[in-house]
Design a protein around this ligand. Structure first.
Ligand SMILES: [Zn+2]
Ligand SMILES: [Zn+2]
Length: 456
């Protein structure tokens, strides 16, 4: 057997795993500034959490779920998205008593059986936020801003992103609108693809998503939801747009943006990025005021978004954004010969205890080979330990950048090297005129993102 990960999955090797931790950390910091708390739900749920919440007629539920029976013959499904589980958890644990609201975010893998392609995997990683209990349009505008600010924070320039917004109406105005789109489709069955015609009865709005050029042209002439909104929906939508205007956030109104999931009501939005081809949506979401009731809970307004890690990375890569990377070792402790290896072992551990990343040889390598290894690890300093120095209660420190060597007391090796590191950092900062210090622009490990995009 040749070891191989299942089709549509990818190992997150260290470069990509570091990138995941980096964007997750940015999300944690940013989302907490907006009052969000973390939540972790199981990777699988009772299947009905998704069939009831997302809707039987959606692609996700009808074609893409990993559903299986466990040994007790329960139908379980690997989560294809994060909103339904969070809403299920909020209801189960009574997180949103009437009149209250809660802000939760999650990060982790999702699972959909789709044709794998660039930026679309069967196990893919998402970060998402959900706000339950708030009906006011200010919540919609804040949610949209949060998503936009996240992409800004990971380093994507505004001019490489687009924000699309739309309103999908509610239970008052959407049924009539759906009927009008259904009628529109059924009058043009000759000009639309089979899939669009077939879905006319179950999910006619999906025809707006069809990538078939013929369908796109036909649907350009379809009735527009903005013309069909009831007065409260129109007022809600107008306020969301006004608040975005006030915040200086540019957006495009896109009547074709209907999002595939049944649970959306009123505001929907999507952020697209340059450089990704047709799969250019990097994050999106919307309001889902009926979802809690679908699960038998009290009427509870809610809204949220999810963003895709793989596509965010591709967008960052396309924009030339590098991920902050730290050297694996600040200090390398080298042994001159085998008699001092026990001391090297202990000195290395002292550095780590003192908060300094340190590495030493575990392969009986020569001193020359140890220096080479220190170079590969990009260690700033090498502490050379030899029998003569040890006998004198000392060690030698070499600054790998300047090649300057200093004798230091063995007893103070950590504090001495720490002082040297601070000194060289101060000098670096003084040299770097106009250099940025926010991390995002630093490091140039552009190849770090390369592993994610393989056609599988
Ligand atoms: Zn079509
Ligand atoms: Zn309405």
């Amino acid at each position: 057997m040749k070891p191989r990960a299942p089709k549509g999955t990818a190992d997150m090797l260290p470069d990509v795993a570091r990138a995941w931790e980096y964007v997750e950390r940015i999300a944690q910091e940013l989302f907490s500034r907006y009052g969000y708390e973390p939540v972790y739900t199981p990777l699988f749920e009772h299947t009905e959490v998704f069939t009831r919440g997302i809707g039987e007629a959606t692609d996700i539920v009808s074609k893409e779920m990993y559903t299986f029976e466990d040994r007790a013959e329960r139908s379980l499904t690997l989560r294809p998205e994060g909103t339904a589980p969070v809403v299920r958890a909020a209801l189960e644990h009574g997180l949103v008593p009437q009149g209250a609201f809660v802000k939760l975010y999650y990060a982790g893998p999702m699972f959909r059986y789709e044709r794998p392609q660039k930026g679309r995997m069967r196990q893919f990683w998402q970060i998402g936020a959900e706000l339950l209990g708030a009906a006011e349009p200010s919540a919609d505008a804040e949610m949209i801003l949060l998503l936009w600010r996240f992409f800004e924070a990971v380093g994507l320039p505004d001019e490489r992103m687009r924000l699309l917004v739309n309103s999908m109406g509610d239970e008052t105005c959407r049924p009539a609108y759906r009927d009008s789109v259904r009628a529109f489709i059924l009058e043009r069955t000759d000009d639309l693809c089979e899939e669009c015609v077939r879905r006319a009865d179950t999910n006619p709005l999906r025809a707006f998503d069809c990538k078939n050029p013929g369908c796109e042209t036909v649907m350009d002439g379809a009735p527009r939801i903005v013309d069909a909104l009831c007065e409260p929906c129109a007022a809600h939508y107008a306020t969301v747009k006004r608040l975005l205007d006030d915040a200086g956030l540019e957006y495009e109104e896109d009547c074709r943006l209907v999002r595939g999931l049944d649970y959306y009501t009123r505001t929907v939005f999507e952020v697209q990025a340059d450089g990704l081809g047709a799969q250019n949506g990097i994050g999106g979401g919307g309001r889902y005021d009926r979802l809690m009731e679908e699960y038998g809970g009290p009427p509870t307004p809610g809204l949220g978004f999810a963003l895709g890690f793989e596509r965010t990375l591709l967008a960052m890569e396309a924009a030339g954004v590098a991920i902050e990377s730290h050297p694996l070792a600040d200090v390398y402790v080298a042994a001159v010969d085998d008699t001092v290896r026990d001391d090297v072992f202990l000195i290395c551990e002292e550095f780590r205890g003192g908060g300094i990343a340190a590495e030493a040889d575990h392969q009986s390598r020569s001193l020359k080979a140890q220096f080479k290894q220190a170079g590969r690890l990009k260690a700033s300093f090498v502490v050379v330990v030899g029998p003569d120095e040890l006998a004198a209660g000392e060690a030698t420190v070499r600054d790998m950048a300047t090649k300057v060597e200093t004798r230091i007391a063995r007893a103070d090796v950590v504090s001495e090297v720490d002082a040297l590191m601070r000194e060289s950092r101060t000098l670096d900062d003084a040299d770097a005129v106009g250099g940025t210090d926010d991390g995002v622009d630093e490091g140039s490990d552009a190849g770090a993102l390369g592993g994610i995009d393989g056609e599988v």
